[in-house]
Design a binder for this molecule. Structure first.
Ligand SMILES: *Cc1c(COP(=O)(O)O)cnc(C)c1O
Length: 395
């Protein structure tokens, strides 16, 4: 590294903070310290491991209560949740869906599952999510409203929906985004896979989109092994989604009658049991994660050339993945820093490759992506598991 500190110094800072931990230290691993075992045992004892049993409904109830969104439908993973969100946002074949280029691949794949076309949007360096101002300018440039449908004038395809993804738990600036969506008649879907426990202006993320998706993969804030959920405030929509994600089977004691093409997407009871145990611990996880973030922030405060990414002013982040942002002068050293930390058993990661650079999405429409391109080179994620933040105040 050219000025300030070098790769060894950064590695030393991380080693010092994580010195008490058993190596290797993964980016994010779950903690099981509540009633998970008891609930899982109850599932096995009762014999209800897939359909049937009380945990799916209970987990859904707790998710709704926690997020403040009226209805939660538990599904097999976050990707399936996004697929269903987009389908019920009205996305059809040959529509376009706006989404950030800087996201996990599932966001784009869910668009493709609807046989629609991803249309990539730039990111904001203050939130790591959609740059709302730049999006507005882009739509003024390319969009056209006809019969209350927004069209891309260049492709003449309808722009049906936009997916706001709350990167590493940091909320997108939702209020102005909602305004744009209303103006252009574009449905808002939130990819809240990373933002359980994150708030925008005092309200939980997932409350702004007509539909929102959560993930409970093993590396997320709360895990069910694999799992996800669709959130919506609309009772009819929730009922329809519950039906279609359960193979669209009509309730009957023995007959197999399905009234439409359904999906085998419903979360099994055994996963929901794990989720019930996990969600009871969420406040503790969040407290530990924020304590760890504060510790990283203090350690990197005076370091020239590298900044610790802080939540935007308008929201509260769960700090799902703690993030270092390298100044441009240090970009060439990023891989050396990744190697040096891995040699020490500290499993740091770069951010995702931009979606528009992946072979299946390289031909898709997009706006200028200059900020996302900079962030792609600048971001390093550092270990963020909740247990790393426990007792972090004692030294
Ligand atoms: C984890 C994640 C998903 C998908 O979740 P799975 O449960 O792994 O299918 C979707 N979007 C984002 C941004 C994610 O981080």
């Amino acid at each position: 590294m050219r000025k300030g500190i070098d790769v060894e110094d950064v590695t030393a800072i991380l080693k010092e903070i994580l010195k008490k931990q058993k190596k290797p230290i993964p980016l994010h691993e779950p903690s099981f310290c509540g009633r998970e075992w008891a609930y899982l045992k109850d599932c096995l004892d009762a014999g209800w491991v897939s359909y049937g049993g009380q945990y799916v409904a209970e987990f859904e109830k707790r998710l709704a209560a926690y997020t403040g969104v009226k209805h939660a439908i538990a599904v097999v993973n976050g990707t399936a949740a996004l697929h269903i969100c987009l389908k019920y946002a009205g996305v059809k074949a040959d529509d376009e869906v706006l989404l950030p280029a800087l996201t996990f691949v599932a966001t784009a794949n869910a668009v493709d599952y609807c046989r629609a076309v991803p249309h990539f949007v730039d990111s904001d360096a203050l939130s790591l999510g959609i740059d709302v101002k730049k999006l507005k300018a882009h739509l003024q440039d390319i969009a056209m409203l006809k019969d209350d449908i927004c069209y891309n004038r260049k492709t003449m395809r309808p722009i049906r929906a936009i997916v706001a993804m709350h990167t590493f738990g940091h909320p997108v600036d939702l209020e102005p985004l909602v305004e744009i969506c209303n103006e252009y008649h574009i449905a808002l879907v939130e990819d809240a896979a990373e933002s359980l426990g994150s708030y925008y202006k005092g309200k939980h993320t997932g409350n702004w989109g007509r539909l929102s998706a959560l993930s409970f993969n093993g590396n997320k804030i709360v895990t069910t092994g694999g799992g996800g959920a669709v959130l919506t405030n609309e009772a009819d929509l929730a009922e329809e989604i519950r039906h279609v994600t359960t193979t669209a089977k009509l309730p009957h004691k023995w007959a197999y009658v399905h009234d439409r093409v359904g999906y085998n997407y419903r979360m099994p009871n055994i996963n929901a049991a794990l989720g019930c145990g996990q969600i009871e611990g969420i406040e503790g996880f969040l407290e530990s994660k924020r304590a760890l973030a504060a510790k990283y922030q203090r350690a990197f405060q005076a370091v020239e050339g590298i900044s610790f990414f802080k939540e935007p002013d308008y929201g509260v982040s769960n700090y799902w993945l703690n993030t270092l942002v390298l100044d441009e002068a240090y970009w060439d050293e990023r891989d050396a820093l990744l190697s040096a930390t891995h040699r020490e058993g500290i499993l740091t990661r770069p951010v995702w490759t931009l979606m528009n650079k992946l072979p299946m999405y390289c031909g898709c429409p997009r706006m200028d992506l200059s900020i996302a391109e900079r962030l792609e080179k600048a971001i390093i994620n550092i270990p963020s598991s909740p247990h790393l933040g426990v007792d972090t105040n004692e030294d």
